[in-house]
Design a binder for this molecule. Structure first.
Ligand SMILES: [Zn+2]
Length: 480
């Protein structure tokens, strides 16, 4: 079927970079783009009017964890002060006797909900770190039903984390746990790479630089090359990790990755905040930035997650200028890639103390071309003949946008997920007029709320304080 999108600001691609075509058109036939330009005279089966809108390549979210927002994300608010804002480590480990119900994968409600949520912010391709947890077949079926393009695989590590009853973190190391996890990830990749009509791309996701042994990381790279998949790892994501690796290996996490031959253009580093020279580290030695740039590895930065903790990358612009391929991820909640694009730009300006930093062009590139490069896909992140028909249409004709001159600047300064009007993946319209077409959103939200209540009710069963949610994360005001 041939579809023509007409009117609006079309983000075309000249083979090298994006360009804006005012009152442009995009034609696609099935799952491929046929034409991008000013006029299209040939007959079509369907027309989409995009006047007053931005017609953009679908966005790529390079760091996302599928699951309900009732669990870890709210507990981030309770990060312990003696953990130096070390995010998940402050809440991620249950007591030894209590299973962490908030961590349980929940294919039908939480994972489905979060994929629809990010899709509705205009994301047509998302990484889903560890998304295919236990029930791989059901997970892949669910992704197929949702319709999004997904780079997924189960995550694995050597360490199990636990809290003692006084809030100390305990690490249990287990070589077998790591190698079994890697094997399961390889099995997933072999079975599902290319599933969902080509929309599923398998990746290997070793957990973190401080939760995997160097041997497991080396085995990961070897396996990835053998089966032809890419790798993403959480790296330099918190101060605990930095100091654990420094103490154990006498080098920074990035220097360790270099030493064991882990880094190359097929690897992306999640977050990558605490590199040598970051102001929180008191470690102005070495040059982690140059190591990453020289290796060709990419960085998947999640600005909101860190802003919530009072932390910024120092800076998005410096990484980019060093030559590092940058992607942006939503990671925490809300999973709104348009807001995260804005946060990346603003945080870069604050870090550099310069309004010239964090240009709209560069953060837009990160959520399109940067993500595509991270996946090694030249048919994603751009609107060009032959590319995948993954298209996001954002309404810019709203009082919030006022007068529009440079639509990318307007997008960066103003747009949020609720301005996304249409989302097309592989030529299929999944969101139209701001509504997800494949299920009843109200019904899903009822299930999400019920699931949330269930998760919150269970906090005292696994949290080291043995207290309920209201004691662990007090509400903003007393609730009557
Ligand atoms: Zn993550």
């Amino acid at each position: 079927m041939k579809t023509l999108i007409q009117g609006g600001y079309v983000v075309g691609f000249d083979g090298n970079e994006h360009e804006i075509i005012k009152d442009g058109v995009v034609a696609f036939d099935g799952d491929r783009i046929d034409f991008v330009g000013k006029e299209y005279a040939r007959p079509v089966d369907k027309k989409i009017d995009a006047q007053g809108c931005l017609v953009s390549p679908g966005f790529i979210d390079t760091h996302f964890h599928s699951g309900i927002n009732a669990s870890d994300y709210i507990l981030n608010d309770s990060t312990k002060t003696d953990f130096f804002a070390s995010n998940y480590l402050a809440h991620g480990g249950p007591t030894r006797e209590g299973a962490h119900s908030a961590h349980l994968k929940d294919v039908d409600i939480g994972q489905r909900y979060s994929l629809i949520h990010v899709l509705k912010s205009g994301v047509t391709t998302t990484f889903d770190i560890g998304g295919a947890g236990g029930e791989t077949e059901r997970y892949v079926d669910m992704v197929d039903q949702v319709g999004i393009r997904c780079a997924a695989g189960p995550s694995y590590k050597n360490v199990s984390f636990f809290h003692d009853r006084e809030g100390r973190l305990e690490y249990d190391w287990d070589d077998e746990r790591g190698s079994k996890g890697l094997k399961a990830a390889i099995d997933f990749a072999k079975k599902y790479n290319g599933a969902c009509n080509g929309r599923m791309t398998a990746l290997l996701f070793p957990g973190h630089v401080d939760s995997c042994t160097p041997a497991l990381l080396k085995d990961t790279r070897k396996a990835a090359k053998e089966i032809g998949v890419r790798v993403q790892i959480h790296a330099t994501i918190n101060l605990f990790e930095f100091h654990t690796v420094m103490q154990r290996e006498r080098c920074t996490p990035i220097e360790l990755l270099k030493k064991i031959g882990f880094l190359d253009p097929e690897v992306s580093l999640s977050h990558c905040i605490f590199i040598s020279g970051h102001s929180w580290l008191a470690y102005p030695y070495g040059d982690d930035l140059k190591i990453i740039a020289d290796s060709g590895a990419s960085v998947a930065y999640s600005p909101l997650k860190y802003l919530k903790l009072g932390i910024v990358m120092e800076s998005f612009d410096k990484y980019r200028q060093a030559g590092i391929n940058m992607g942006i991820g939503t990671d925490t909640f809300p999973k709104d890639i348009l807001s995260d694009m804005r946060y990346a730009a603003i945080a870069s300006r604050v870090a550099d103390k310069s309004f010239l930093s964090g240009h709209p062009r560069d953060v837009f590139n990160a959520i399109t071309l940067g993500g595509a490069k991270m996946l090694g896909r030249e048919d994603l992140g751009r609107l060009q003949k032959g590319a995948k028909a993954d298209i996001t249409i954002v309404n810019l004709r709203d009082i919030a946008f006022g007068a529009v001159r440079d639509p990318i600047r307007s997008l960066m300064e103003t747009a949020v997920s609720r301005d996304v009007r249409t989302v097309i993946v592989d030529g299929e319209t999944l969101v139209d007029n701001g509504k997800y077409l494949r299920l009843d959103e109200a019904e899903l939200l009822n299930k999400v709320q019920a699931k949330g209540e269930q998760v919150w009710d269970s906090v005292s069963k696994w949290h080291w304080t043995a207290k309920g949610i209201d004691a662990v994360v007090p509400p903003s005001f007393r609730m009557k």
